[in-house]
Design a protein. Structure first.
Length: 265
């Protein structure tokens, strides 16, 4: 993905990378070691206010971060929701297309953003790093001081479902926030998780596909290619320059629309 972006930058100016401490391939001089502080600082730097974030993927792309949703091909990698790296001239976030629920998808994008901000030296699978990235994602998507008054002090899935839609986070994440803020006791939390598991097993809480939310589907490189086409750049030209198959170009730029074509008779 980075190679493709680098090639497209020969023809189109992509958004500059806007991350605290970013220096073209690494995070330098970054004192944002606390995930909640880092989330607060980044929200302020990006001018996001304290409310819900409408489009997580579009937000990352607007800040110069390459995002893709791709199949993970090995059995081990398919266990992951996403991965990222800040060890290239542009940060890259790759989300697992099998995790096709928009709330989990948004949290994964925020989680990987947390890694980019907090962990210049990545240690894949490090439990402490993963917990920090989770804490960052929760604080970034649902700042405690902004959502605290809306969270129910008793388990109310109707109210939580409304908050899920307005804040764009999962019921799971909201239950964790309730526990973190002292609104639910351990016993209440346990009952809530059992109830949530039961509702899902009964099919009463179906997943919400990512495809229904255009702002959560990467478009930066596809739009860059559309602009490059005006300068005579074709899929074959990109493939030749990169020594790739044209099919790889089409896959990574989302040029093949999987929806069936409607033919009027």
């Amino acid at each position: 993905m980075w190679e493709l972006a680098h090639e497209l930058e020969s023809y189109v100016r992509l958004p500059p990378v806007d991350l605290p401490g970013w220096d073209g391939g690494e995070i330098t001089g970054n004192a944002l070691n606390d995930p909640v502080t880092a989330a607060t600082v980044l929200r302020s730097q990006w001018g996001l206010g304290e409310g819900p974030i409408p489009h997580m993927v579009r937000l990352l792309e607007s800040r110069g971060i390459i995002v893709a949703i791709l199949p993970y091909l090995s059995a081990d990698s398919r266990k992951l929701d996403g991965f990222s790296t800040s060890r290239l001239p542009r940060p890259v976030v790759i989300l697992n297309e099998e995790r096709n629920d928009v709330y989990r998808h948004r949290f994964s994008a925020a989680h990987e953003l947390g890694h980019l901000i907090l962990h210049g030296e990545a240690h894949p699978g490090d439990v402490h790093h993963e917990r920090q990235a989770d804490a960052f994602a929760a604080a970034f998507l649902t700042p405690s001081h902004a959502i605290a008054t809306s969270l129910p002090s008793r388990v109310d899935f109707t109210k939580l479902s409304n908050l899920q839609q307005s804040w764009g986070v999962s019921l799971d994440s909201l239950l964790v926030r309730c526990r973190e803020m002292g609104l639910h006791s351990d016993a209440t939390s346990s009952r809530a998780w059992r109830r949530l598991k039961l509702l899902r097993s009964q099919g009463l809480l179906p997943s919400t596909p990512v495809e229904g939310f255009p702002g959560e589907i990467p478009t930066m490189l596809k739009q860059a290619f559309a602009m490059a086409r005006r300068k005579g750049v074709t899929e074959k030209k990109l493939a030749d320059e990169l020594r790739w198959d044209e099919e790889d170009i089409r896959t990574l730029l989302y040029l093949d629309d999987p929806r069936p074509a409607l033919h009027l008779v």
